[in-house]
Design a protein. Structure first.
Length: 319
């Protein structure tokens, strides 16, 4: 039964991808919004989790405003899915025509140092499109990711991510591949807003609540000396995007737990700043804080689930 479901999921995504690549951007955006709003109406568990997370993060906002934000969040992630299907079929010149870059000199400065760059962001805005556009504007990068449970969709997503030369780094042998990429002066992209199990986590404050966050970024920054640059992709009109490269975050002062925690907090603060500015662009449906009574959604919602986690963070475990 699982294999049948996977084949159906794959066929639906491929058909949708082919349709999006024939349609104008305005229609693609409308289709994505429609899918997101449909899931907002039907997916009560993820909607409830998002409402609970927003209530904790923005307690002074009226409930009606928080509900409107959650509806926008669902609409945004529907658009992200459809726009990624279309964007990944563009040529390099077509990609560059659809993005504007803020702070690109920081990437060029990092590459001039010859130690690669650690690029971090979260499940915010158009992070998948950001990686593709980065390859077009600068050079291909390695993208840390978890495999999908659906092997057919996994292979399709890997091809989409690699359409302009990027490559995906999965758990097995991750540290070796990351170090090899940085030694080759490549960038490596890492998401820092997922819950991480101890002892591979450091607890920092995110929206004034403790959040278990990956140690990997701090460990890699200390070990390699690679610049650490926050990156974000924001919508800038229909089918257009603004890539923001923030000032590099100073590395940990030393390898003590306090220094790693301070560094991770500073990185998290940059992400929180952007989420506070645009709360409708972050994945509030994710159970980010595990110290609370917020319910676990269980099912994956509008996105296919990742494969089951198979152990500790390999970047920490091998370090």
């Amino acid at each position: 039964m699982k294999a049948v479901r996977h084949r159906i999921e794959y066929a639906l995504v491929v058909i949708t991808m082919r349709i999006t690549r024939l349609l104008p951007w305005r229609a693609v955006r409308a289709m994505g919004s429609g899918l997101g709003f449909l899931f907002f109406a039907l997916d009560r568990r993820h909607r409830r989790t998002a409402m609970q997370n927003l209530a904790a993060a923005f307690p002074r906002k009226p409930e009606a405003e928080r509900r409107a934000i959650v509806r926008q969040v669902f609409g945004h992630f529907g658009r992200l899915l459809f726009e990624l299907l279309k964007f990944s079929g563009l040529s390099r010149d077509e990609v560059l025509a659809r993005v504007e870059i803020e702070g690109g000199g920081r990437i060029r400065d990092a590459r001039a140092q010859g130690r690669g760059a650690l690029l971090f962001t979260g499940h915010f805005g158009y992070w998948e499109i950001n990686a593709i556009a980065h390859a077009a504007a600068f050079a291909p990068i390695g993208v840390l990711a978890r495999p999908l449970d659906n092997r057919r969709l996994h292979d399709l997503l890997e091809r989409m991510r690699g359409c302009l030369g990027n490559y995906v780094i999965y758990r097995r042998g991750a540290l070796r591949r990351v170090l090899k990429a940085l030694a080759a002066n490549d960038g490596v992209a890492i998401l820092i807003d997922q819950h991480i199990q101890a002892p591979d986590a450091v607890t920092v404050s995110f929206f004034d609540r403790p959040a278990a966050t990956t140690l990997a970024l701090g460990v890699l920054a200390l070990r390699t000396g690679a610049p650490v640059i926050p990156v974000f992709a924001l919508p800038s009109g229909i089918g257009r995007y603004r890539l923001v490269y923030e000032h590099p975050v100073d590395p940990p002062a030393d390898d003590s737990p306090e220094a790693i925690r301070d560094f991770t907090q500073r990185c998290t603060d940059v992400l929180e700043m952007h989420v506070r500015r645009h709360p409708e662009l972050w994945l509030w449906m994710h159970r980010r804080w595990r110290d609370s009574d917020i319910t676990d959604p269980g099912d994956p919602g509008m996105f296919p689930p990742a494969a089951p986690d198979d152990g500790p963070d390999p970047l920490r475990d091998e370090a």
